[in-house]
Design a protein around this ligand. Structure first.
Ligand SMILES: [Zn+2]
Length: 323
């Protein structure tokens, strides 16, 4: 992680002339302490993140010392998102950007960094073992075309949905903690205490999810967009996606999926609001089941993950009754 005199330069920008001289004299060549970055709108650490769950993660650790802005807002798709002009302007004032690896970053991160050379870019994939996606491609059509052009098709892309496993979120939280503590070292203890509490909550969530999923007899999770690979890996589920290379399946593939769903006794196809899917409706109709929406991108992370676990459990309970 990058660490240098940037916070000090930021602070200089925040301070008026006389005060600036006084503080400069006091601080001398030392790194600026957190006490010098007083909370207050201008004084908060200005943080950007890509997706909403990350906003929750950073706020859990940064608390009142951070102001977090999210790039991909509610209902928007992190595969195809394009930052708004006002977001680009706001980024020129940002201190830290926590990226996570969602597809839009690939196209935009360099441009965002170019807008603000002082922006500290932190990659929260650090320390996370990335899985390959079952489907070859993920993301927009443009991205898919690009991948084809580069000959990566079929080799397996790395799955960006690393926030959907609570134990991987512990690693991401640790990265956020280290970045904030390095940027604002005077508040290290505060961040560390927040990290400990967040870790405890994630452990608790993990224990609950494990108990929920362990009891299931059916372990297949049929979804439109394959966002749930890390969750499935962690809890012994099998994710089967309808989406093929970022698009709806063709008729032959759809027929195969319907056969599969029938054979497995699947009654629920999970979708998310960021993607429309006629195929999900078609499979659900064919198995006399239903389409249920679960949101991988909700900000209220702990509650949302519990809700998702219950929705998955509920879908199997239904299939159990009808068999
Ligand atoms: Zn996705």
């Amino acid at each position: 992680m990058k660490r240098n005199g940037r916070p000090w330069r930021k602070l200089l920008l925040l301070l008026g002339g006389g005060l600036l001289l006084a503080v400069a004299a006091r601080v001398g060549s030392r790194l600026v302490t957190a006490d010098a970055i007083r909370p207050g709108d201008r004084g908060k650490i200005n943080v950007f993140v890509s997706v909403l769950p990350q906003k929750y993660f950073v706020e859990r650790i940064g608390g009142e010392r951070v102001s977090v802005t999210v790039m991909v807002g509610p209902g928007q798709n992190p595969a195809t998102y394009e930052p708004l002009p006002q977001q680009m302007r706001a980024l020129t004032e940002a201190d830290l950007y926590f990226r996570i690896g969602v597809p839009f970053e690939t196209a935009w991160i360099d441009r965002l960094q170019a807008l603000n050379r002082e922006l500290i870019m932190v990659d929260t994939r650090e320390g996370v073992a990335l899985r390959e996606m079952e489907q070859a491609c993920h993301g927009s059509e443009a991205e898919t075309a690009d991948l084809h052009a580069h000959g990566h098709h079929g080799e397996g892309l790395l799955d960006p949905h690393i926030w959907l496993d609570p134990l991987l979120v512990k690693i991401q939280a640790e990265t956020v903690y280290r970045a904030l503590a390095a940027f604002d070292p005077g508040a290290r203890d505060y961040y560390q205490a927040n990290l400990a509490r967040f870790h405890a909550d994630l452990d608790q969530l993990h224990t609950e999810l494990q108990a929920t999923f362990d009891r299931l007899k059916v372990k297949t999770l049929m979804v439109y967009h394959p966002a749930w690979g890390y969750l499935a890996d962690r809890y012994g589920l099998k994710q089967v996606a309808l989406e093929v290379e970022g698009k709806e399946p063709g008729p032959r593939k759809l027929a195969q999926l319907i056969d599969y769903a029938k054979a497995e006794g699947i009654r629920v196809i999970f979708i998310q609001s960021q993607f429309n899917s006629a195929a999900a409706e078609a499979v659900a109709r064919a198995v006399n089941g239903q389409v249920v929406s679960i949101d991988p991108l909700a900000e209220d992370y702990l509650t949302n993950m519990r809700r998702i676990a219950q929705a998955i459990k509920g879908s199997y309970d239904t299939s159990g009754e009808s068999n």
